[in-house]
Design a binder for this molecule. Structure first.
Ligand SMILES: N[C@@H](CCC(=O)N[C@@H](CS)C(=O)NCC(=O)O)C(=O)O
Length: 215
C-alpha cells in the first residue's frame, strides 16, 4: 500500500489518511511530493487524477479524496473500527466529517496549515465564526462521549479535524479550555509527534502559507 502526500508542514489534506494509517500502525509506503516546486505539477499528474494529494494506491486501486481514502482504509483493514460502534454515533460522526470536508473555507484560507510556525494574525469575522462553530462541535462531542477523542475512541473524525488542531496551535487561536485540552491530547499522540518531527525537518517554504507575524 502506498500513500502519496504533500509536504508534511503544509498539506492538511494529506495529514488525514496518514494519521489514520499511522495511528493504527498499518504498514504503508509513503511517497512525498513537495508542493509548489518546479516539478510538482508533473509529479502530481503522474500520480493523481485530480493533480492533488493525498492519493492511496492499493493493489490495482488508486483512490483520491482524503475522506474516501479514510473510508477505504477503515473497511479494508480496520474492520470498521475507525467509526463509532453505535449507528446514531456513526451518523453524527459522518455529519462532522462532511461538514469539515466541505466547509470552513474562511478558516482554511486565512489560517493555512503551517505546523512548524508560531504566528499571530488578525482574522475576519467569517473566520471567527468558523472557529466558534468548530469549538462548539468539539465541546458537544467531547461532552457526549466523555473521553479524550471526539467520539470516545480515536476515529476518522479526529483525523479529519487534526489539521484544524494544528492551526489552532500555530496561530494561538482562542478556544474553550475543553477544546484546548483536546488539541493538546491530539497533538501529543505518537503519530502526530512523528508528523511534526518530519514537518520541522522539511526545507521547502511555501510563501502563500507563511502568513502572520512570527511570535
Ligand atoms: N478534497 C481533496 C483536497 C486535496 C487538496 O486540496 N490537496 C492539496 C494539498 S493539501 C493539493 O494537492 N494541491 C495541489 C498543489 O498545491 O499543487 C481531498 O480531500 O483530498
Amino acid at each position: 500500500m502506498q500513500l502519496i502526500i504533500g509536504n508534511k508542514n503544509y498539506s492538511s489534506w494529506s495529514l488525514r489518511p496518514w494519521l489514520l494509517l499511522t495511528h493504527f500502525k498499518l504498514a504503508f509506503e509513503e511517497l512525498r511530493i513537495p508542493l509548489g516546486q518546479r516539478e510538482t505539477s508533473e509529479l502530481l499528474a503522474e500520480h493523481s487524477p485530480t493533480f492533488q494529494v493525498p492519493v492511496l494506491r492499493h493493489e490495482e486501486l488508486s483512490v483520491w479524496e482524503s475522506l474516501a481514502i479514510c473510508e477505504y482504509i477503515n473497511e479494508q483493514f480496520l474492520n470498521g473500527d475507525a467509526w463509532p460502534k453505535r449507528a446514531p454515533d456513526r451518523a453524527l460522526a459522518r455529519a462532522y466529517c462532511a461538514e469539515m470536508h466541505a466547509g470552513f473555507n474562511s478558516l482554511r484560507n486565512e489560517l493555512p496549515m503551517n505546523c512548524r510556525a508560531r504566528r499571530r494574525l488578525t482574522y475576519s469575522m467569517a473566520c471567527e465564526n468558523d472557529i466558534h462553530r468548530i469549538d462548539a462541535m468539539w465541546q458537544d462531542a467531547l461532552n457526549r462521549h466523555n473521553g479524550q477523542w471526539l467520539f470516545g475512541d480515536f476515529s476518522i473524525v479526529d483525523c479529519m479535524f487534526a489539521p484544524v488542531a494544528t492551526r489552532f496551535q500555530t496561530y494561538r487561536v482562542n478556544i474553550s479550555d475543553q477544546s484546548q485540552d483536546y488539541v493538546t491530547h491530539l497533538l501529543s499522540c505518537p503519530a502526530m509527534e512523528e508528523w511534526y518531527r518530519a514537518a520541522c525537518a522539511e526545507k521547502e517554504e511555501l510563501s502563500a502559507s507563511e502568513v502572520g507575524d512570527s511570535l
